[in-house]
Design a protein around this ligand. Structure first.
Ligand code: KIV
Ligand code: ZN
Length: 519
């Protein structure tokens, strides 16, 4: 995989696997396909599309990504057992460039308490897993899970066995985000010194962010010879998340003289890709997030602004346009034509198909009738609604609310289902959002509980649009949704409907499959 360029660091994106495992970040099959296509455009080398043995829905999503997305290697995860590996292979064998990724925990704590396996057994099972994967595929990655808490000599022994059994990539995970940059540098140096033939395989790093060191630990591994970094868009992932793709890529690019390596990422695609994933998962990008947060390139203090006016390098180490932030203060309004709108959409990093552009322009005109000026944030939100719309089955037909000081609010909601049903419900509540969401719950009859609701402005001015972000619990899973409107109650209702639609789609995906190959 490393080819002939020893200074190239491969970017292995696991947004669709480790990222999607994060609570509330689950995506439907079509959403995963959208993300996979965006990742291919971004220029990632490997897409880990999922864990096919986890569920029929996972199998199907991985299979579709493998069938439809060209460019990057498409990888599927499997434990070291026959059933998992066979399912993973049946899902990705259609890919132009498939990879099987098998893993097995190696640390004492996992051996004793999770697996109940002795060291020799771990080696035997790892070897069998790698061999079985190699019987299907030439590109096989092996991960000793919880490597950073594994005794070093034993780690080297397992890695040696996996290399001898035919693994072509060895990935070293800091599964619980426990290691430090210095320690991980030593781990990688030790493996490179001890394992015979390691120079012929790709050494990879996979870090979690429990102590906020995922990017620093990954960079340290790169300095010690790792040539693949596993990461996720916006750093989403188990618990505190994974190494953030946008951060590691920009660190390697901005400090190229320190690291002496490069990636194949088209950095101008970073911002649109991060926004897309945020919108699809409903997981907002924090305002102060490195690289893509709203404040990442904002300069507030007078001294900083003065410096910036003199020379932008005084306070900026990267240019916003290098990460795809092409925001301008160019304002569009109701007299702006289709051409100006299309150009702005392109400059913001979105490629819409003709039909999507027509829809976006119609919505733009409707919004411009309600709002004097449309800023980049408005246009971005509008395009993302089209790109990420769940496509039903439920749509909002009408919403009426009444709210007065000191009295319960009342809402009447009318919805339509794709099968033709129309339902109307009224409810009262503690404010118009509460009343409207209660009315929807009653109308649809889903056992949901709203656990979080936030509203923030996406653009400037008194008539700025509000983005509603909410988290809903249903049948032991959490779902996030978001929507935008000049009316924040409507934004809340649309975000809630997005979640309801996602729940219905994921229930449909979890129904037992009839076709062969799936779990
Ligand atoms: O964190 C971890 O150990 C993993 C492995 C499956 C690579 O995600
Ligand atoms: Zn992980």
């Amino acid at each position: 995989m490393t080819g002939h360029d020893p200074d190239r660091v491969l970017i292995f994106d696991t947004t669709l696997r480790d990222g999607e495992q994060s609570p509330g970040c689950s995506m439907t099959r079509d959403e995963k396909l959208r993300v996979a296509r965006a990742l291919a455009e971004l220029g990632v080398d490997v897409i880990e599309a999922g864990f096919p043995a986890a569920s029929a829905g996972d199998w199907e999503a991985v299979h579709e990504v493998a069938r439809q997305v060209r460019g990057p290697v498409i990888c599927a995860l499997a434990r070291c057992n026959t059933d998992d590996i066979d399912k993973a292979w049946s899902a990705i064998s259609v890919a132009a460039r498939p990879r099987l990724h098998v893993f097995l925990a190696t640390s004492a704590i996992h051996r004793e308490h999770k697996l109940n396996m002795a060291r020799e057994e771990i080696i035997r099972v790892a070897v069998e897993g790698v061999r079985r994967a190699r019987s299907y595929c030439d590109d096989v990655e092996f991960s000793p899970e919880d490597a950073s808490r594994t005794e070093l000599e034993f780690l080297a022994e397992v890695v040696q066995a996996a290399v001898d059994a035919g693994a072509t990539t060895i990935n070293v995970p800091d599964t619980v985000g426990y290691t430090t940059p210095q320690e991980f540098h030593e781990t990688f140096s030790y493996l490179r010194a001890q394992v015979r033939g390691i120079e012929n395989i790709t050494l990879s790093v996979h870090c979690h962010d429990d102590l906020g060191m995922a990017v620093a630990n990954s960079l340290s591994a790169v300095r010690a010879g790792a040539r693949q970094v596993e990461c996720t868009i916006n750093g989403i992932g188990e618990r505190a998340g994974n190494c953030a793709l946008e951060e590691i890529v920009m660190a390697l690019a901005t400090r190229a003289q320190v690291f002496g390596v490069h990636t194949g990422i088209h950095t101008q695609r970073l911002y649109p890709t991060c926004r897309l994933v945020s919108s699809l998962t409903g997981m907002a990008i924090p305002r102060n997030k490195a690289i893509t947060g709203e404040n990442a390139f904002a300069h507030e203090s007078g001294i900083h602004q003065h410096g910036m006016l003199r020379h932008s390098a005084t306070y900026e180490i990267m240019r916003p346009q290098d990460v795809g932030l092409t925001r301008s203060h160019l304002v569009l309004g109701k007299h702006s034509g289709r051409h100006a709108f299309r150009e702005r959409v392109r400059e913001l990093g979105f490629e819409l198909e003709a039909q999507e552009l027509d829809e976006a322009f119609t919505r733009f005109k409707a919004l411009a009738d309600r709002k004097k000026e449309l800023f980049d944030g408005d246009i971005e939100a509008l395009v993302l609604q089209i790109e990420t719309g769940t496509g039903g089955p439920w749509t909002l037909v009408s919403l009426t609310t009444e709210a007065a000081t000191g009295a319960d609010a009342r809402a009447v909601v009318r919805l339509r289902h794709a099968d033709g049903r129309a339902v109307e419900q009224a409810a009262t509540g503690d404010g118009p959002v509460d009343a409207a969401l209660t009315a929807i719950e009653r109308a649809i009859g889903l056992p949901v509980r709203l656990s979080k609701f936030e509203v923030r402005s996406v653009s400037e001015g008194e008539d700025a649009q509000g983005e509603a972000l909410l988290t809903v619990e249903c049948e032991g899973r959490s779902y996030r949704g978001s929507s935008v409107s000049t009316n924040i109650v409507e934004a809340g209702v649309l975000a809630f409907l997005e979640v309801v639609n996602r729940i219905e789609q994921s229930r449909a995906a979890r129904r037992p499959r009839v076709a062969a190959g799936a779990a």
